[in-house]
Ligand binder design. Structure first.
Ligand code: AMP
Length: 485
């Protein structure tokens, strides 16, 4: 195990025996050397073994699994117009729409010189174009679980010929309450298949999932689980809660940050902060579960083009985002789920670049800070930040009404975080039973899927670990070969 997740290795892409069409695409991407996860994963996946990959975001894991998948499917690539000649052979499941879209874009570019077809399906958008694409036939399907089940239900997706399965950001999928959907999907797949599970963190639940659905997997680790990238400088600034907006403006200005993701714990908090930053002259926009998929995509594109300085995001909206050379992330709020800290700061310092993770810490966030330090197994440097331009009205607003969104369902897996100990804004809200139930096709697949993919946006109370543990207890079943739908 190495701590240098993104240190270039001495291996070259040529050494893997990848097809010239793939090597050409890799060169066009500008990749010269495989990242460590690629150096380790590509030969193992090519060899047909199951993989349990402990890879953080930004390590190049997408290419680590996509390139060998493309290579293994190449003998089956064909230009026939018949859909029957293009069954789904590789399925890549991701927790969020944005990650699905991003993985799909990568797969598309790596496979562009081959005859293999790929498609992406996720909720919150019209199903019809997805259905049409699926009907034409695709070999590589990237999907979020809820929408995939909608397509299975509508018989636009058939998973009976899947040979390779990837569970990407598996920890997120469990945290977001996708376990019942995952189990249902896994039971639709042939038992003879190769399964690759990638996760930034390895909770006991993830290990249980792996031990049930993976066969003799090769464990590949490029960074200690729950560790944070070594090339990210982490600083915690202690500020009064009411000075946080001013602190964000100050950090952006003092450090000349042209592009920064600012994380908030709630959707309302994110919207409000974006508005306040705009008032203070920072070009900002918010992305969160209440914004439509196209609004989120537009905001993201504008941010990537450099038209927006601060993208204010909730955890779910920012999951898996890959922004090339993002110099910094700012935690406006410390996350309630310590693992979110690892995911958040993984937005910067990607693929070996350096980055700053700046966290604002107010005295009522001691527990969150302690949880983060426990998870990453080291103390964080806390500095006092003298804020020049405190924005007092923000504090008043936050004190009276602070909604929570994205963390709700995730907190089901983190018992230690389920009983915040202070402050009216930490009050618990009831969990929606919807998220504890297995998949049930709805009359309107579009809206149902949209809801599921937005699961954490709904009002919820943190539930105990029990339901999840119980579900995992049901893992003892053997793989089934037939579809239940
Ligand atoms: P990922 O962890 O898969 O999201 O990848 C993070 C970023 O690293 C993406 O922007 C990739 O395009 C980029 N990347 C992946 N592999 C390489 C490589 N071998 N060399 C340079 N950049 C890479």
């Amino acid at each position: 195990m190495s701590d240098t997740a993104t240190t270039p290795s001495t291996v070259t892409f040529d050494q893997f025996g990848l097809h010239a069409d793939i090597l050409k695409a890799i060169a066009e991407q500008g990749y010269t050397t495989p990242t460590p996860i690629q150096a380790k994963a590509i030969p193992v996946v090519l060899g047909g073994r199951d993989v349990m990959g402990a890879a953080q975001t930004g390590t190049g894991k997408t290419a680590g699994f996509s390139l060998p998948i493309i290579q293994r499917l190449l003998p089956l690539a064909n230009t026939s117009a018949s859909p029957a000649r293009h069954p789904v052979r590789a399925l890549i499941l991701t927790p969020t729409r944005e990650l699905a879209d991003q993985v799909a874009a990568n797969v598309q570019s790596y496979a562009k010189h081959t005859a293999l077809r790929s498609a992406v399906v996720f909720g919150g958008v019209d199903m019809n174009p997805q259905s049409a694409e699926l009907r034409r036939g695709v070999e590589i399907l990237i999907a979020t679980p809820g929408r995939l089940l909608d397509h299975v239900q509508q018989k636009t997706a058939n998973l009976g010929q899947v040979q390779m399965l990837v569970l990407d950001e598996a920890d997120r999928m469990l945290d977001m309450g996708f376990l019942p959907d995952l189990q249902r999907i896994l039971n639709l797949l042939p038992s003879e298949r190769q399964t690759l599970l990638f996760s930034a963190t390895f909770s006991p639940e993830i290990k249980k999932l792996a031990s049930t659905y993976l066969r003799n997997p090769q464990t590949i680790e490029v960074a200690r689980s729950n560790s944070t990238a070594t090339n990210v400088t982490q600083i915690v600034f202690e500020v009064a809660e009411g000075d946080k907006t001013g602190a964000v403006v100050q950090l952006i200005r003092e450090r000349s940050l042209k592009q920064v993701i600012v994380f908030c714990n709630s959707k309302i908090g994110a919207s409000r902060l974006a508005r306040q930053l705009e008032r203070d002259g920072v070009v900002a926009t918010a992305i969160h579960g209440d914004r439509t998929q196209s609004e989120r995509m537009q905001a993201l594109d504008a941010f990537k083009r450099g038209e927006i300085e601060a993208l204010v995001a909730t955890d779910v909206a920012a999951r898996g985002l890959d922004i090339a050379e993002l110099p910094a992330v700012i935690n406006f709020d410390l996350p309630f789920n310590a693992e979110d800290y690892v995911h958040r700061i993984g937005r910067t310092g990607r693929a070996g670049a350096s980055g700053d993770a700046l966290s604002l810490f107010s005295p009522n966030e001691r527990k969150q800070l302690a949880d983060i330090e426990k998870l990453i197994k080291r103390p964080l440097e806390v500095q006092r930040l003298a804020v020049d331009t405190p924005v007092r009205h923000h504090h008043d607003e936050r004190g009276s009404r602070r909604d929570r969104d994205d963390r709700g369902s995730r907190r089901r897996t983190t018992g230690a975080h389920e009983r915040p100990s202070h402050g009216a804004h930490h009050r618990q809200q009831p969990i929606d039973d919807f998220f504890l139930k297995p998949y049930e096709p709805s009359p309107s697949a579009v809206s149902a899927s949209a809801k599921r993919e937005e699961a954490p946006a709904a009002p919820q109370k943190p539930a105990s670990k029990q339901p999840l543990a119980a579900l995992l207890g049901g893992f003892g079943m053997p793989r089934k070969t037939t579809s239940s739908t």
